[in-house]
Design a protein around this ligand. Structure first.
Ligand SMILES: [Zn+2]
Length: 176
């Protein structure tokens, strides 16, 4: 490791110890050329991502957890496991390449919703209802609106016209 003060490549490790709950090694280095001291950290490159929940609590990101939440939303829907597998891998890769060590749970939720919206409308509504916790009817309308704008338009018809004739009642037969 090159000395940051004099650029000498002759630096030595004075001591090294685990730190940050054993996710990193801290090395104290010394430069014999200029007597400079500095510290380096060694970390695993395979990133450990943390999910920041709405409460502010942080939990390690788990691929299995993400997979299960999507699997539940897609239960009994015509989507193969292999497709779910690919969807989850894609999401994880995007999160990893994002470069952030801490990811808000809301970011993950939005990503999943985006993915499900294109995959299966029913799964999308299921996931959204759990994720968004539908606090009021407007939230639900928003999600349904997203789907309706994709095409199918349901207009309730009660066939009111058919009943009109009945108002005249059964024919009255007079007896004489
Ligand atoms: Zn130096």
């Amino acid at each position: 490791m090159r000395c940051p003060y004099c650029a000498s490549e002759n630096t030595q490790v004075k001591d090294s110890r685990p730190t940050e709950e054993h996710t990193a090694i801290r090395r104290r280095r010394i430069c014999p050329d200029c007597d400079g001291r500095f510290t380096t950290f060694e970390r695993v490159q395979l990133r450990e991502m943390m999910v920041v929940k709405r409460s502010g609590r942080k939990v390690p990101f788990e691929r299995d957890k993400l997979y299960r939440s999507i699997e539940v939303a897609l239960r009994k829907r015509p989507v193969e496991n292999e497709r779910i597998e690919r969807l989850v891998s894609g999401l994880v890769r995007r999160l990893e390449s994002n470069g952030e060590a801490e990811i808000p749970s809301t970011t993950i939720g939005e990503m999943v919703m985006d993915a499900l919206r294109g995959l299966d409308p029913v799964a999308y509504v299921r996931f959204a209802s759990v994720y968004r916790d539908f606090r009021d009817a407007a939230d639900f309308q928003d999600v349904l609106g997203d789907i309706a704008s994709d095409g199918s338009r349901a207009s309730p018809s009660r066939g009111a016209g058919e009943d009109d004739d009945d108002k005249s009642g059964p024919p009255i037969t007079r007896k004489h």
